[in-house]
Design a protein around this ligand. Structure first.
Ligand SMILES: Nc1ncnc2c1ncn2[C@@H]1O[C@H](COP(=O)(O)OP(=O)(O)OP(=O)(O)O)[C@@H](O)[C@H]1O
Ligand SMILES: [Mg+2]
Length: 471
């Protein structure tokens, strides 16, 4: 950098700043130096590449001001020598930092899709999103589509710019797409190419609190240790991406709620539940209610309590893990669902499967005058109307938490809730479900909640029969 401007990044930060990946996620622990690397990366490129347009996003303006325009790591302090020498000017009202070489750092916010209109005409050379977990995937995709450099790029940056740097805690409404796009796709900090209609290289650098020497010897770690469950502390300290910091179901859902598949005894009631989706995913879940009779798996007896609920199969209608709908017709979904049911017969269940609860909207007539429900019923895929009374959403989540918790009590007096380990998507969505930060007793509806809705319809359906019974 300039002779006047020296920063000592620690090794992981340096690796992140100089990465040649098109898109990089630097993420994990709280206090892992994420926002700092965002600031220094923006300065490094703006200073060294003339005319570069750098955009740093946070969700809200107060978050920008608190992170980038106040405190000892604010831009005005980091850039002090250049401000003094007249090479940099900060316009606080516009939240813009202008460099004398024509480069600009825009400190921007984007809380909802409506805010995107402001960036329609923008050409972004370096896109940085700090706390990307707070952003919906569609906002990320849109901002990424603004990446473009029309001016000359210096030779040393030709295979580096334009690029994206994301930072995040394992948290928020964006947790699911961050995990899918980075954490699971390129888990070992190597650059990996993603090929579909376009090709992009991706990298994930896991940040831990212990990487940051500036907080290592403080009592910051001790403060975090007091913040809650061991899982939560692991997420804060080590950036454990299997734990969501504001996970709605939190500790109520653990490995004890996950079961190896077994054949559902013939006497147990079995249901299929449904949540419709076309451009967004649809979800079918199969549920069974134990009557207390023994089940068995590979010669081993499986005990259950009368009233226990098992979700034993799922059919999640998205395009290859993308959370984009398959755009199937009602007839296609019904046929595929029934074919799937036939495939599972004998191995997972015997006997009949009954109509379970589905979102009431499928009873509405479509443009051809026929409802989705009627079309599906014609193909033997039947449902009953889910309880959608006012307040049923929150009541349903409470019931699920109650049953997850109850499942861990061997002396339980009412049913527990268990999920077979073949229901991968449902398990992922339960773990990742973010709390609505405006309505704390609810799940953020911008998250992937189709199969969670389905689960809720099922659990609410049999509300009475789950009440305490004599064993
Ligand atoms: N290379 C560095 N040189 C000097 N100080 C640093 C460096 N990296 C991080 N810090 C300091 O360590 C502290 C934590 O860093 P930072 O705020 O960037 O972490 P974070 O991962 O964004 O944290 P949070 O999860 O709270 O958002 C800050 O005080 C920051 O100024
Ligand atoms: Mg930060």
């Amino acid at each position: 950098m300039s002779n006047d401007l020296t920063f000592n990044l620690f090794p992981k930060q340096k690796k992140a700043m100089l990465s040649k990946a098109d898109c990089l996620l630097y993420g994990g622990a709280a206090g892992g130096g994420k926002s700092f690397v965002a600031s220094i990366t923006s300065i490094y490129f703006a200073y060294n590449q003339p005319n570069l347009q750098v955009y740093i996003f946070r969700k809200t303006c107060p978050a920008i001001d608190a992170t980038f325009l106040s405190g000892s790591a604010s831009f005005q302090i980091l850039l002090e020598p250049l401000i003094k020498s007249g090479h940099v000017k900060i316009n606080y009202s516009k939240r813009q930092i202008a460099f004398s070489n024509g480069s600009m750092i825009h400190l921007s916010h984007c809380a909802t899709k409506k805010d995107l209109d402001k960036y329609q005409g923008s050409a972004i050379g370096l896109l940085i999103i700090d706390e990307a977990g707070q952003f919906e995937e569609s906002i990320y995709t849109y901002l990424k589509s603004r990446l473009r450099i029309a001016h000359e790029i210096r030779p040393e940056f030709k295979d580096v710019l334009p690029k994206v740097l994301l930072t995040s805690n394992p948290d928020g409404v964006g947790l699911s797409w961050l995990k899918r796009t980075f954490v699971n796709f390129c888990p070992d900090d190597k650059i990996k190419k993603y090929k579909s209609e376009f090709t992009e290289s991706r990298q994930f650098i896991r940040s831990k609190l212990s990487d940051n020497p500036h907080l290592r010897d403080t009592d910051y770690a001790e403060q975090l240790k007091g913040m809650g469950s061991p899982e939560l502390v692991a997420a804060y300290l080590n950036g454990d991406w299997n734990v969501s910091l504001n996970s709605f179901f939190g500790n109520s859902f653990t490995n004890d709620n996950i079961r190896d598949p077994f054949q559902i005894p013939i006497g147990w009631k079995k249901y299929r539940m449904f949540d419709w989706g076309y451009s967004s995913p649809f979800s079918v879940l199969w549920m069974a209610e134990s009557d207390g009779t023994l089940a068995s798996h590979k010669g081993k007896q499986i005990n259950s309590r009368r009233g226990d609920i098992f979700i034993w199969a799922e059919y999640y209608g998205d395009d290859n893990g993308t959370e984009k709908g398959l755009k199937l017709t009602a007839e296609q979904i019904a046929n595929k669902t029934m074919a799937f049911e036939e495939l599972m017969r004998g191995s997972l269940y015997a006997g009949a499967i009954q109509a379970g609860a589905a979102d009431t909207s499928i009873w509405n007539a479509e443009s051809n005058g026929v409802s989705i429900e009627a079309t599906m019923r014609k193909h033997k895929c039947t449902f009953v109307q889910a309880n959608k009374a006012p307040g049923s959403r929150v009541l349903g989540w409470q019931k699920i938490i109650e049953m997850f918790t109850m499942a861990k009590n061997p002396m339980r007096e009412s049913g527990g809730l268990f999920i077979f380990n073949n229901c991968h998507r449902l398990i992922g969505h339960i773990r990742e479900a973010p709390r609505d930060d405006k309505k704390l007793e609810d799940i953020d509806t911008n998250s992937h909640d189709h199969d969670l809705d389905c689960l809720r319809y099922g659990v609410m359906m049999k509300k009475k029969s789950f009440k305490a019974r004599q064993f």
